[in-house]
Design a binder for this molecule. Sequence first.
Ligand code: A4P
Ligand code: MG
Length: 170
Amino acid sequence: LKNRLKDNDLEKVYIGIGSNLEPDKNMAGGLSELYRLLTDHRCSSLYRTEPVGKTDQPDFFNAVVVGLTSLSPLKLLEKLHQIERRYGRDRTGQRWGPRTLDLDILLFGKRILNEQDLVVPHPEIKNRTFVLIPLTELEPGIMDPKSGRTFLSFLEQLPSGGVYRIGPCH
Ligand code: A4P
Ligand code: MG
């Protein structure tokens, strides 16, 4: 009970999903699990994106899913970690491979959370075109609850390129 919000207190959450190892399989698996977790869910287009940070690795697939949940933020994070463990590891080798599915809580309603294991809004959203493009595709007017700015205004200040639409997300 303590992990659930009050009845009818459904909150709108945006979740970033990414993979760069067997991305077809891992994105499909991760998305189907997210759809089971969230009601009224929608997915952005699927994008192929050049790696940010450590660049000597394969391109990523990225997308953003929005939906409603009655879970608390920490309970939702725990569920996302379970999904990552189920789909995000390469089970073909002898040992567990690197994690290949990333699920980030981008936004949780208009909440601002600064817990040890959970920072919301996700601090990197505004620096990452691979998040901002699918996020603003889902909701062009969406605002950052911390700064009061639209995410579109952050996107407009970043260099373009590196994010290529593949098609609809299934
Ligand atoms: N955590 C805190 N806040 C959150 C949140 N809002 N959502 C904590 C999810 N988790 C959150 O994350 C480490 C810890 O962050 C978690 O245990 C959680 O308690 P992680 O996902 O386990 O670690 P990671 O993903 O290996 O590291 P990190 O720093 O999160 O890496 P990133 O930032 O996810 O970067 N380039 C492209 N093009 N596309 C990508 O998707 N992704 C990365 C990974 C690098 N470059 C990329 C992409
Ligand atoms: Mg992550």
